[in-house]
Design a protein. Structure first.
Length: 494
């Protein structure tokens, strides 16, 4: 890699020159080498300029798990335009609301949105223009590291959705963190099975381009035959998944997936914590594969990584910090503390990967980060004696029983082992004696009646007595996001 490259765009141009025949991007219909993809991005930029897009303009891209989406991203970036990716399932009224908020008039999607204020562009036309050898490629100056690259709207489980401003320089630092986190190599062939418009997959894409490796897209595990065909055709060496997709694989094709133990170098999971149960299943399935669970946020990318195939049986551990990340543990007043298991605090992050701020939200930005650019989270944790980071939970989710902090995930992990429990979620409720106590919501397996005494006795065998819930509620379905995070606020409203 040329250390003189300052942006992901420059890295794409560099690899197009130095390894033009190396595969850059593929899906089930299209492939492009670095040389081809660079020229397509330049012709795509030329097409966008004809449609009135200029440097610094915001272009809204609707997420599709296709080659065309990444072509749209890089066609915008090579001309210095800003992308605003939206998820595939978003409603039209929300699209228009976001476009108005970010000042965008150009919208790229498979289907148009009805509005006189919007200039609808299609992925089909963009691909046709980018594939036309007669089209003159755009001549553009590279964007600068401080220029705005992306506005990413969070799809979090609580609070207002916010537009996170990420510069081209931030994306380089995030890419370096991703590469460091999994020891990524230039010859890696990575399968991205998570929505490519979401930050987890986007950051893996930027990392692949930064290092010059190859990226293959597939639509989750919706079509198992396609998933495994891609694994075979491209001799995939790395896979990126979210826990929800893993559940589908384990339910339908566990043995088939396990057969790639000798082919894969690593599997990484992100966007939500991986259960201890599934970690153990994966360790059994892939004894020769590096297995990772990523901790991070859209605001700062991949900041902590756990190689759980190396660090086993460490409850609550989320791993080590990545190369550009400086971790602080702070008190309620944001003062750094010497943290420990008995002296927990809030996790805060400093480094070049941090966002510029929330788009047009200066007050909310001040709540999340200070003038020095340090991002403060509501995640409570500590640095262990082994130098690794441990997470207790989020403020408001952690159960504080008379000063003893209990992670709801610890209770959930044990409860999920009982055969009557299909899924579960734990929240804090008011207790007249301890101030707070755990309540467990249970989604039952088919054919199992709820037996509270049986479940409580089971938990008591594996947990300290104070951690065993005394309040239970059977629920039809535990509310979760697309990537498997429990939507605890919905439970607290019950």
């Amino acid at each position: 890699m040329n250390n003189e490259c300052k942006t992901i765009v420059e890295a794409l141009a560099y690899h197009a020159e130095h390894q033009p025949d190396r595969l850059a991007v593929a899906d089930k219909k299209h492939t492009a080498t670095y040389g081809e993809f660079w020229q397509m991005a330049l012709r795509g930029a030329s097409y966008l300029m004809e449609q009135g897009v200029r440097r610094g303009d915001v272009v809204v891209l609707r997420g599709v798990q296709k080659f065309e989406y990444l072509l749209g991203v890089f066609s915008c970036h090579v001309m210095g335009a800003v992308i605003c990716p939206l998820e595939k399932a978003i409603r039209d009224d929300r699209i228009l609301e976001i476009m108005d908020f970010v000042g965008a008039s150009r919208y790229v999607a498979d289907k148009p949105v009805e509005s006189e204020a919007v200039c609808n562009l299609s992925y089909k036309d963009l691909l046709a223009a980018a594939s036309d050898p007669e089209r003159v490629p755009a001549q553009c100056a590279f964007p600068e590291p401080e220029d705005l690259s992306d506005i990413l709207f969070t799809t979090g489980t609580t609070g207002k959705s916010k537009g996170i401003e990420v510069t081209f320089g931030c994306n380089v630092a995030i890419a370096e963190n991703v590469i460091d986190s999994v020891s990524k190599l230039p010859d890696d062939m990575e399968l991205i099975a998570t929505p490519v418009s979401h930050s987890l997959a986007m950051r893996r894409t930027y990392a692949a381009v930064w290092i010059g490796s190859s990226l293959v897209l597939t639509e989750g595990f919706k079509f198992a035959n396609t998933f495994f065909k891609m694994m075979d055709t491209y001799r995939i060496s790395a896979v990126t998944l979210v826990p929800a997709i893993l559940e589908q694989i384990l339910a339908a094709n566990r043995d088939k997936f396990a057969s790639y133990d000798g082919q894969l170098r690593y599997i990484q999971f992100g966007s939500a914590p991986l259960s201890e149960t599934n970690k153990e299943i994966l360790l059994e399935m892939f004894p020769h594969v590096r297995l990772y669970n990523t901790y991070g946020a859209t605001e700062s990318g991949c900041t902590i990584i756990l190689e759980f195939s190396k660090h086993r049986n460490k409850t609550g551990c989320i791993g080590r910090t990545t190369v550009n990340t400086h971790l602080l543990v702070v008190d309620d007043d944001r003062n750094p503390i010497e943290s420990s298991e008995n002296n927990t605090g809030y996790l805060a992050f400093d480094g070049p990967m941090n966002m510029r701020g929330y788009h047009r939200e200066p007050e909310i930005t001040k709540e999340a980060m200070d003038d020095a650019g340090i991002i403060y989270t509501n995640d409570i944790g500590y640095i262990g004696e082994d130098g690794l980071v441990y997470l207790i939970g989020r403020k408001g989710d952690v159960i504080n029983m008379g000063g003893i902090k209990i992670a709801p995930t610890e209770i959930e992990e044990v409860a999920a082992l009982h055969p009557m429990v299909r899924d579960c979620a734990c929240i804090p409720v008011t207790d007249p004696i301890t101030g707070s106590a755990p309540k467990l919501f249970v989604e039952l397996e088919d054919g199992y009646p709820f037996d509270q005494a049986e479940l409580a006795g089971f938990l008591l065998q594996k947990l300290e007595a104070l951690k065993v819930p005394k309040v239970y509620e059977v629920i039809d379905k535990i509310p979760r996001t697309f990537n498997g995070k429990i939507i605890r606020k919905d439970l607290k409203e019950n």
